[in-house]
Design a protein around this ligand. Structure first.
Ligand SMILES: CC(C)(COP(=O)(O)OP(=O)(O)OC[C@H]1O[C@@H](n2cnc3c(N)ncnc32)[C@H](O)[C@@H]1OP(=O)(O)O)[C@@H](O)C(=O)NCCC(=O)NCCS
Length: 178
């Protein structure tokens, strides 16, 4: 596959509809099954709503980053958060399911780590992954993350317009020194 030219920038409220559609299509539902990893078999909701996404876009100690192709189409996104003077958080990571496994995710993850280092001086990046998603955990391990003993509860009570398909979900916390 030819290398793709991406420009990565901080999202603004004007990007909300495109980012919302991207996240929903990548994480859950039938569209997400076109990608190589999905939560479709674990959770049947919409992942995030307009209010939640707008809060992330406007978060003073964070940023939603978007990756656009040459036509200006948003192919990928993620969020980065400053959790403390040294610790960052990476999440809301999504690549258009029809464009996955071509290196876009790797480019966005690297850019997000760089953004957190340059913007806030972050030295360690944390992320949370549903514990059953071993293929995704292996992907992050290949990017330099390690599993920790820490876990985080799954937000069963805060799902958006749907429900979980299992009752044993929680997040494993991964970490990487930047
Ligand atoms: C996770 C995600 C952002 C990665 O984006 P991407 O553009 O596909 O990522 P890349 O192209 O950089 O890497 C694809 C990787 O998948 C691997 N892969 C491809 N098909 C695979 C399969 N069937 N099983 C396991 N791994 C596979 C490739 O080997 C490659 O890893 P490598 O570079 O270490 O060899 C994307 O899959 C996505 O949007 N998933 C749905 C949302 C989600 O789960 N987000 C993360 C929540 S924590």
């Amino acid at each position: 596959m030819a290398p793709i030219s991406l420009s990565i920038r901080k999202a603004t409220p004007a990007d909300l509809p495109a980012v919302l559609a991207l996240v929903r299509s990548a994480y859950r539902g039938e569209s997400s099954r076109a990608g190589w990893t999905t939560e479709a078999g674990l959770v049947d909701d919409q992942r995030i709503d307009e209010t939640g996404l707008l809060a992330k876009i406007n978060e003073p100690l964070g940023a939603v980053l978007v990756a656009e192709d040459e036509a200006g189409d948003i192919l990928a996104c993620c969020e980065v958060l400053k959790q403390s003077d040294t610790l960052g958080y990476f999440g809301l990571f999504a690549v258009n399911p029809l464009r996955q496994a071509g290196g876009i995710g790797r480019t966005v993850l690297t850019a997000a780590e760089e953004y957190a280092k340059q913007t806030w001086g972050i030295r360690e990046m944390e992320m949370s992954v549903i514990w059953t998603r071993e293929e995704l955990i292996q992907y992050y391990i290949r990017r330099g993350y390690t599993r920790t003993e820490k876990t985080k509860p799954f937000p069963y009570a805060e799902l958006v317009g749907g429900k979980a398909l299992r009752d044993d979900l929680y997040f494993s916390i991964l970490i990487k020194a930047l």
